[in-house]
Design a protein. Structure first.
Length: 95
């Protein structure tokens, strides 16, 4: 099993190339990991629908203060990739 942060960004319009670079720089933090192909069942865990996490409020404020006015909201989730028998059991449990 592996877990990585995933970011979901809502914007009022498509971001320009320079804005995308700035947003990517803001959302790159923590220890670097080597890119690798992950196989297995993907489980994305995000805040409950209709709620805004404290992390989201702060991240959105930071983005807007960095000149990314088109960013309406940034939310963070955790992507779990589970492989092997554990993935099969987890998939059955969700059905």
């Amino acid at each position: 099993m592996t877990a990585t942060f995933r970011h979901i960004v809502q914007t009022s319009r498509p971001l320009a190339a320079e804005e995308l670079v700035r947003l990517e720089r803001l959302l790159t933090y923590g220890p670097a990991s080597k890119p690798r192909r992950l196989e297995g069942a993907l489980f994305l865990v995000v805040p409950r629908l209709g709620t805004i996490s404290p992390w989201s409020s702060k991240a959105t404020d930071i983005a807007r203060n960095c000149g990314l006015e088109a960013v309406l909201r940034i939310e963070r989730g955790i992507a779990y990739v589970v492989s092997g028998a554990t993935a099969e059991a987890a998939g059955r449990a969700l059905i």
